[in-house]
Design a protein around this ligand. Structure first.
Ligand SMILES: [Zn+2]
Length: 421
């Protein structure tokens, strides 16, 4: 999820907390704090492979996310070796599962990304990154020429400018988030609320020594979506029966820079654009507990977008949810026209909708770790994450098996226009 300027300001922790701990740890080389899963292969290179099971499981998701959001991926900023390692992990899994590549060269589609030059914000340059694209071929001889796209973004925001003490920053941000009522609609804590926050560093130190952290692991944003997509890919690849339509799996790059990978893919699609009948976008689905969000809990899930182009897709989203063993309480509040958070314009589905493709965007809302070094895999709600992933697999299957593609009954936007929510 790309930031709104205001939502970033909400979470910036004061430096004095960082310095309080940094002094203690000066000279310590360790900069990250994410703990590794039991898996011996915590990065893409070398070591024994973890054993994955065919279906969508909490264990697989946990193993995958601890790898993908590991400190060794260095926050997955586009154009960095860390992002390359993260892409190599996805590619190795797609290869192992023998899933058909649908990029321009194997799974890859090169994407130019214009960005601010690191260290000199006044200059811009262009670097090249990569979308990863694969397809599960449909079982129907005619309908297999149509695609249900499922997407997530592989990139995140890299390494922070200066290290902070993980636990005290998180404690401060949690207190600040609670001061807002854990409400994504709030304008953030007031100056008075911020200055009233006191983090008891002594009590934190009683639990654990200070841990400097500078890596934005992006476990929820969007490690959760990227690994859900990989788990969905594995489930389709290992299933004996394939859906009638083909399933198009796209890991977009450059989402955090400005939705570059999805924009490029839809401007230069590797399948006929008009044959993409719907897109399911997964960006941040690992949180949303009652501690994270006002009104949150095990069944909390936010949806945006389906009715903006297709009331039929919107109905399917609800119908498939109702058939889940434990249906989610779908929250549509952020889909309102003119909503100040503008989430509809802040993730990759928008570039599909821009061309008139009906979309459904799922996430579990923002939280105190959003775009912080503390967005780490140990804070993910794994049982719920697995249920959301299963639901999105079921939804994708349902759409792919319908006799007709979802009817577009709302006006299409101007593909050359700007996003408006
Ligand atoms: Zn983001």
């Amino acid at each position: 999820m790309t930031p709104l300027h205001r939502s970033l300001r909400l979470h910036v922790a004061p430096l004095f907390l960082a310095f309080a701990a940094a002094g203690v740890l000066a000279g310590c080389a360790q900069q990250g704090t994410s703990t590794r899963a039991g898996s011996p292969a915590a990065s893409a290179g070398g070591g024994a492979r973890p054993a994955y099971s065919a279906g969508i499981t909490e264990t697989d998701l946990r193993t995958r996310l601890f790898i993908f959001a590991d400190d060794s991926m260095e926050g997955r900023a586009v154009g960095t070796p860390g992002h390359d390692r993260a892409l190599a992990y996805i590619t190795a899994e797609l290869t192992r599962l023998e899933i058909t590549p649908k990029g321009e060269q194997g799974y890859e589609q090169r994407v130019p990304i214009e960005r601010r030059v690191p260290g000199d914000a006044s200059k811009r340059d262009t670097i090249w990154s990569r979308n990863l694209i694969a397809v599960i071929e449909g079982s129907d001889p005619v309908l297999k020429n149509e695609y249900v796209a499922v997407g997530a973004h592989s990139d995140h925001v890299g390494i922070a400018r200066r290290p902070v003490d993980h636990d005290s920053v998180r404690a401060f941000n949690r207190a600040a988030w609670e001061a807002t009522g854990r409400d994504a609609n709030s304008r953030g804590p007031t100056a008075a609320q911020r200055s009233a926050i006191r983090v008891n560093v002594d009590s934190l130190r009683a639990l654990r020594a200070p841990r400097l952290d500078s890596i934005n692991n992006g476990a929820d944003d969007d490690g959760s979506g990227s690994m859900a997509l990989l788990e969905i890919a594995e489930a389709f690849a290992t299933s004996a029966t394939k859906p009638r339509r083909s399933i198009l799996l796209v890991w977009h790059t450059g989402e955090e820079v400005g939705l570059n990978g999805s924009e490029w893919f839809m401007d230069h699609p590797t399948v006929p654009r008009e044959q993409i009948v719907a897109q399911v976008n997964i960006d941040m689905i690992g949180r949303g507990s009652a501690k994270d969000v006002a009104g949150g809990g095990d069944n909390y899930l936010t949806v945006l977008g389906p009715k903006r182009l297709s009331s039929q897709l919107d109905q399917w989203v609800r119908d498939v949810n109702q058939r889940q063993p434990r249906p989610f309480a779908l929250d549509y509040q952020f889909d309102a026209d003119g909503h100040p958070q503008q989430f509809y314009c802040r993730s990759d589905h928008y570039h599909y909708a821009r061309y008139g493709v009906p979309i459904a965007f799922f996430f579990t809302s923002i939280h105190e770790d959003y775009h912080q070094v503390t967005d780490e895999p140990q804070y993910i709600e794994y049982p719920k994450y697995a249920r959301v992933t299963q639901y999105l697999y079921d939804l994708t299957t349902f759409v792919a098996n319908q006799p007709q593609r979802p009817v577009v009954d709302q006006p299409k936007p101007d593909p050359a226009g700007r996003c408006r929510q």
